[in-house]
Design a protein around this ligand. Structure first.
Ligand code: C5P
Length: 233
């Protein structure tokens, strides 16, 4: 089944402070291949892809442009400047999305282990309902904690999910959500929260725990293990 035409936005402009590394996370290598390149590879065979846009910091623009041209020689590719927060980096990318795209998929540069099936399921569901993201049920009990370190609430775990990417939306919905967020000065940590803020419903597709965000040094060690060809977990 062919997918609807979609533009892919990859925010890759984070500084990686939590990784305690000089090199930003997307540009760290796993077995000689950058995390960003591995993430892009996850999308290279997905039908319907008509454009790839990466937001990055100025010193990585040239390297990223070359990488995009090499990996996607037949479709439109763009590199845009990153912003202060993830949301600003994505907004800059939204400004260059092609008219021909029906859907926009936003995927973190640091989630290289996303499966084809997750991407395709989210594309189909977003086309049907307007917006879809992958998620997994939380495994830990989550606490709300006040500034003095005391628990104020323990939400029921049975309906708590961890949001992942790709977060995929009809183009008009995502553009409206980002414009609204700018106008209201609303800062969200994912794209769905901006879409929720304009009153649109967003579907959740059951994802895969391997699609984690490489954030801390421990995540990087796990990513190395998953990249190891001898690992069949
Ligand atoms: O910081 P966080 O873990 O939410 O980052 C998720 C993704 O957003 C990463 O791929 C990171 O490079 C990107 N990001 C960005 N611009 C920022 C902050 C994060 O593109 N200002």
């Amino acid at each position: 089944m062919t997918n609807p035409a979609f533009s892919l936005i990859i925010p890759a402009a984070g500084q990686g402070k939590r990784m305690q590394s000089e090199t930003p996370k997307p540009y760290l290598e796993l077995k000689g291949i950058t995390i960003l390149e591995r993430t892009l590879s996850a999308f290279s065979e997905i039908s319907g892809l008509c454009q790839v846009i990466v937001s990055t910091s100025s010193q990585y623009e040239e390297q990223t442009r070359k990488l995009l041209k090499r990996k996607f020689p037949d479709i439109s590719v763009d590199v845009v400047s990153g912003g202060r927060e993830r949301q600003h980096s994505i907004y800059n990318a939204l400004m260059v999305v092609l008219d021909e795209a029906d859907l926009i998929a936003v995927h973190d540069a640091v989630r290289p282990f996303v499966l084809d099936s997750t991407i395709s399921q989210c594309l189909r569901k977003a086309y049907e309902t307007g917006g879809a993201i992958p998620g997994v049920p939380v495994k830990d009990t989550i606490k709300r904690v006040d500034s003095k370190g005391f628990i104020t609430q323990t939400p029921d775990r049975t309906d708590l999910w961890q949001a992942q990417t790709p977060q995929i939306f009809k183009k008009e919905i995502l553009l409206k959500a980002y414009k609204n967020a700018i106008k209201k000065d609303f800062l969200g940590t994912d794209d769905a929260s901006l879409v929720e803020a304009i009153g649109e419903r967003v579907s959740v597709v059951k994802g895969n725990r391997n699609n984690f965000k490489i954030t801390y040094p421990l995540d990087f060690r796990i990513a190395e293990l998953l990249t190891d060809e001898n690992y069949h977990g």
